[in-house]
Design a protein around this ligand. Structure first.
Ligand SMILES: [Zn+2]
Ligand SMILES: [Zn+2]
Ligand SMILES: [Zn+2]
Length: 147
């Protein structure tokens, strides 16, 4: 069992949940696609390919549970479906969303900490989190349009 899977198992057990085989299938699919931001339907399709017995409702419930436990982070890129990725407590990233092809790229640098400090100073508001989404056109789409 991978380190990550052990951590997830521990988080579930802390709250008296079991890592049932079905939950494990869902987690495994997400672990196999950490570079993607899969929707519930996409997770379902991938799990079902190997485990035909699983139902979409089970996948939904598992994703909701894992989001509540902060194992997953639920994302909304404005395309009408929730997407999921592993929540990372130490390092978070922002997303670049292409309005043309829909690709979602990750932006690793977080340039917003100075802004959080300024808000704390000027408004006396302690910022503990923020969410940013950048909408626009990816490099490939821009090159296509230039041609
Ligand atoms: Zn694009
Ligand atoms: Zn991401
Ligand atoms: Zn940030």
């Amino acid at each position: 069992m991978s380190r990550r899977l052990q951590d997830i198992l521990a988080k579930l057990q802390e709250r008296d949940y079991k890592l049932t085989p079905q939950r494990q299938h869902v987690v495994q699919v997400l672990l196999n696609h950490t570079d993607k931001h899969l929707s519930a339907e996409e997770v379902y399709g991938l799990v079902k390919a190997k485990n035909p017995d699983i139902g979409l409702a089970t996948v939904y419930r598992t994703l909701e549970l894992l989001s509540e436990l902060d194992v997953l982070q639920k994302l909304d890129f404005g395309d009408g479906r929730s997407r999921y990725e592993f929540a990372d407590e130490t390092h978070h990233h922002h997303h670049l969303i292409c309005l043309s092809c829909g690709i979602v790229e990750e932006l690793e640098e977080d340039l917003l900490e100075p802004l959080e400090h300024r808000v704390a100073e000027s408004r006396g508001f302690l910022v503990t989190d923020h969410q940013v989404k950048f909408y626009g056109y990816c490099r490939a789409c821009r090159q296509k349009n230039d041609a």
